[in-house]
Structures are given as structure tokens and as C-alpha cells.
Write a protein that binds this ligand. Structure first.
Ligand code: PLP
Length: 521
């Protein structure tokens, strides 16, 4: 086995371990069980494989060590801070884990009769109610699987709204240039033309460009408020009036709600539809690609012929009848099912436990602490920086859940880029922020500390960023080589992203060539 461990952090694929006879011997069934199994029809023999599979045979300790080593190669909120902006990487409380992984939740089947899952339906119903209150909305569907999926549900509802009203020619969605990339993507997927409007130097939408974009073809507007710059849109009520004036709908991207939690509600700002990422704001774990949850909520607005916006919601919605709960499946006005079944249920239970464990006051406080953390970080960093870091757009305005720092001046002066800064942070054991997003900020470093991080962590980032600024002027080459203390050194991102050069399964391919694995079928 040692021959595979080239470097301290080099862990072979499980398929690269050599087969050495059975690693684990399963004893045959005892007579009693064998007799009882015999009473059932076993699969016919052609369903059995002819030879043993060529898989490595490892003992239990070898297997455990393999997976433990892999887990130690990764980094997450349990090992240190992850201040990725627009990601809300907050601590995932263990109490929520305990309940969402409870056997009584995990063992349920989505096809079970409503009568047999009353407890879970009650949890889902309560969660719908909490979300309606938090967002200032009138109806909620927990159906979408993630944020972008919630957005798609929302824009499909906008399309349906105009269809049902017989408004033809409404084919444009307005999106600010600071938007998360999923917004224009969702609008385009739903068949809309995306009209991008620029951000003014104060961080608000540029009013004249916005006014020029609004017209008869406007089907709706998609924005996140606070924006990805962490800034609250100060003219949101005027914006809502303009959009409603041309019978458009306002869509609220509520992926990162921390900044306004318990203080402001999209429904009160004039939004008609909103989604929330439970796997960001409400603490369920994310970062590995799922599972997530992107519930979508709406105001109770008339559509046409007696239909109202809640009738358009996707998927089943949990309704209460007397003391019983049941799933109300989508009717003909609905945008329908966007996936199988209700949602990623464990994530829903997780978010609900998180909400209950904090209560309304605790959620509000979580939001406040996240805003305090952002502004403490930004003010202190900028006041101590020797000019390499700046905070573009509305420089004097307080930020909400996150802040975008630019190191453009540092790059102009020393050649050191946002990527170099991010890589250098890794060498201190600190996870990098989001970089090069939003696209309107050059050399962007986007920090979101959430309420989870203590002052000491934020101070450590500030200290390290200032050291990096100094090193950039003194010894920039050193920074270009970073990181040197991680399991992987700097990856050539161009090669790594090019479809022709990247072979994500190179080891598997090698094993195929060597005949260890059979050919692909
Ligand atoms: C994360 C995020 C999304 C997308 O959410 P997913 O669950 O990753 O699909 C959309 N908008 C904003 C502002 C986000 O931060």
C-alpha cells in the first residue's frame, strides 16, 4: 500500500488498491434463514454474475483509513472559517443534524400515505408558515431542490402569469449587472430575453438606465436585495412601482437573507415572488453540490379569471384541514412538478430545527451579528490598509451580509491579483473568499463571515491580508508561488478548465489500460 502514498497527502483511489483475496467474509445464512428465504422466489440464475467482480479487497481498518484520509484532505466549516461571499457558509448546528437524521425521518418513503406521515407534514407546514412570515409572503411551496431551481420556478410563474392574463409580447426580464449568474440563466431558461441594467457608483441600480429598460415588453424584474455587493437597494419601492406600472412582477432572490433577517421583508418591499436557500441562510450543510432546498413563496395577487398567484406555485404544497395535514398536488394553473416528490426532506427538517432552536429573536440576532461582522471587517481592513485594498460602490455605505473588497490598486502597483491573495490566505490555514465575483468589481475579494465567526477569526483575516499587502510590495514572487503548505499547490486554472485538456478520470483510464478495470459499456 505504501507504494501508492507518494506524498504525505497522496491518497490512491480505492480502485488502485490491489486485490488480495476477500477482505471481508460474509458467512452464509443460517439454516433457519436459508429455509425462510427459500420460500420466496429468488432471482433467476441469469441475473447472477459469472465471475467475481474485480474490485479491491480491503480489510475494514484499511477501508476506514482510506475514507478518513480523504476526509482530512478536505476543508469545511467544521475545520475552519469559510468566508465565501454569496455562499453563507455558516456553522451547521449538530442539534439539527440529530433531528434530520433521526430514523423516524430517514426511514419514511415519499409514496407513503399522508395519514401515515402527519408529523413530517406538520413540520413542513410549520416551515412554510415560518418562511411566509420571514419573507412577508402569503403562500409557500417547499418543492424546488435548490436556489437556482427556486428561481426557475419563479420565472416560470412569471411566464404563466402573463400567459393566463393573455398578455402577449411580455418577453423581457430586467436583471442588474451585479446579479448572481443564476438569475440571467434562469430567466433565459424560461424563454425570456435578459435586459441587463448597470449599477450606479453609489451601489444602487442606475436609475436612468432602469427607467429606459422598463416598458411594455417587461415581464418582470429579478434582483437580490441586499445586492451581491452587500448593499441595500435604496430605491426598491420606486422600482416596484415602475415594474407594477407595466404589469410586471418582481422576483426576489433570497439566497442570502442573513443581512435583513427579522428586519425587512421582500413582501413589504413590493416583491411578488421570492425564493430562499435553506442551505445558506438556514444552516443546512452545503458546498458539495447538494442536497439543497430552495422554497419559493408568493404574494396573494389576482392573476385572471379567479386564479391567484398561489395557484401557480410548483409541486405539492402542505395544507391543513382541521387537525390533519395533507399534500395538495399541483392543479392545472400551476407550473407543475419540477422534480419528483416534495423536496429534499432532510434539508427541510434541518432548517426547521435551526429556526426553532434560535426562535424569531435569535434569527434576528443572527442577522445582526452577520452584518456587524461584515462591517467590522471592512472598516478595520480599509483603515489599516496602505491603499492596496478598496471597497468600490457606495464606499461610505454600510454593508449587510457581505462585502466586496477590490485589490485592483494592489495589482496595478505590484502585479499581485485577487487570485494570488486568495492563494496566499490558504497558506495560513484560512479559506479564501469568493474571487472575481460580482463581475462588476475588478480583482474582487468577496467576504461573508456570517454570524458564526468570532472576532478573533476576523482579526486573523485582517492581519493576514495586511501582511499579504506588504509582501506584495516587498517580495511578490513569494505570493505567486502560494499556496505551498496545502495538499495541492497552485493549479493551472486554464488547463484545468479546458474541456480538451482535462481528464477528470485519468486514474480510472490508466487502470482500464492496465486491464485492472473492464472496458466501458
Ligand atoms: C447561491 C446563490 C444562488 C443559487 O443557489 P443554488 O442553491 O446554488 O442553486 C442564487 N442567488 C444567489 C444570490 C446566491 O448566492
Amino acid at each position: 500500500m505504501a507504494e501508492y502514498r507518494q506524498a504525505a497527502w497522496e491518497e490512491p483511489l480505492i480502485l488502485e488498491y490491489r486485490a488480495r483475496g476477500p477482505g471481508y467474509v460474509v458467512s452464509g445464512p443460517d439454516e433457519d434463514i436459508a429455509r425462510r428465504v427459500g420460500e420466496y422466489r429468488l432471482p433467476r440464475s441469469r441475473a447472477y454474475r459469472e465471475s467475481a467482480p474485480r474490485i479491491p479487497a480491503l480489510s475494514e481498518p484499511e477501508l476506514i483509513r482510506h475514507y478518513t484520509r480523504l476526509s482530512q484532505m478536505s476543508y469545511g466549516v467544521d475545520s475552519g472559517p469559510v468566508p465565501l461571499g454569496s455562499c453563507t457558509m455558516k456553522y451547521n448546528p449538530r442539534i439539527a443534524l440529530r433531528y434530520s437524521y433521526d430514523q423516524r425521518v430517514r426511514a419514511l418513503h415519499p409514496l407513503q400515505d399522508d395519514e401515515t406521515v402527519q408529523g413530517l407534514l406538520e413540520v413542513m407546514h410549520e416551515l412554510q408558515e415560518w418562511l411566509k412570515n420571514i419573507l412577508g409572503m402569503d403562500a409557500c411551496s417547499l418543492h424546488p431542490a435548490a436556489g437556482a431551481h427556486g428561481e426557475l420556478a419563479g420565472v416560470l410563474m412569471i411566464r404563466k402569469y402573463h400567459e393566463l392574463r393573455g398578455s402577449t409580447g411580455k418577453d423581457e426580464i430586467i436583471v442588474p449587472d451585479s446579479a448572481h449568474g443564476t438569475n440571467p440563466a434562469s430567466a433565459a431558461m424560461a424563454g425570456f430575453r435578459v435586459i441587463e441594467v448597470p449599477t450606479g457608483s453609489d451601489g444602487n441600480i442606475d436609475w436612468d438606465s432602469f427607467k429606459a429598460a422598463v416598458g411594455e415588453r417587461t415581464a418582470g424584474l429579478m434582483i437580490t436585495n441586499p445586492s451581491t455587493l452587500g448593499l441595500f437597494e435604496e430605491r426598491i419601492l420606486d422600482i416596484a412601482r415602475e415594474i407594477h406600472g407595466v404589469d410586471g412582477l418582481l422576483y426576489y432572490d433570497g439566497a442570502n437573507l442573513n443581512g435583513i433577517l427579522g428586519h425587512a421583508r421582500p413582501g413589504d418591499m413590493g416583491f411578488d415572488i421570492a425564493h430562499v436557500n435553506l442551505h445558506k441562510t438556514f444552516s443546512s450543510p452545503h458546498g458539495g453540490g447538494g442536497p439543497g432546498a430552495g422554497p419559493v413563496c408568493v404574494r396573494d395577487r389576482p392573476v385572471s379569471g379567479g386564479a391567484r398567484l398561489p395557484d401557480l406555485l410548483p409541486g405539492p404544497v402542505v395544507v391543513r384541514e382541521g387537525r390533519r395535514y395533507k399534500l395538495k398536488w399541483p392543479g392545472e394553473k400551476s407550473v407543475g412538478l419540477l422534480r419528483a416528490f416534495q423536496a429534499n426532506t432532510l434539508v427541510l427538517v434541518w432548517a426547521y430545527v435551526y429556526m426553532l432552536s434560535l426562535g424569531a429573536r435569535g434569527l434576528r440576532l443572527a442577522g445582526e451579528v452577520s452584518v456587524l461582522n461584515t462591517n467590522y471587517f471592512a472598516r478595520k481592513l480599509l483603515s489599516l490598509s496602505k491603499g492596496g485594498y478598496s471597497m468600490p460602490y457606495g464606499e461610505s455605505r454600510p454593508r449587510k451580509h457581505e462585502v466586496v473588497i477590490s485589490c485592483e490598486r494592489l495589482r496595478e502597483e505590484t502585479g499581485i491579483t485577487a487570485e494570488d491573495v486568495a492563494k496566499a490566505l490558504l497558506d495560513s490555514g484560512l479559506h479564501a473568499p469568493t474571487i472575481y465575483f460580482p463581475l462588476i468589481v475588478r480583482e474582487a475579494l468577496m467576504f461573508e463571515f456570517t454570524e458564526s465567526e468570532p472576532k478573533e477569526v476576523i482579526d486573523a483575516y485582517i492581519e493576514r491580508l495586511l501582511e499579504i499587502e506588504e509582501t506584495a510590495r516587498r517580495d511578490p514572487e513569494k505570493l505567486r508561488k502560494a499556496p505551498t503548505r496545502t495538499s495541492r499547490s497552485r493549479i493551472d486554472t486554464v488547463t484545468a478548465n479546458h474541456p480538451r485538456t482535462v481528464t477528470p478520470t485519468w486514474r480510472v483510464e490508466r487502470l482500464r489500460k492496465e486491464g485492472v478495470l473492464g472496458p466501458l459499456r
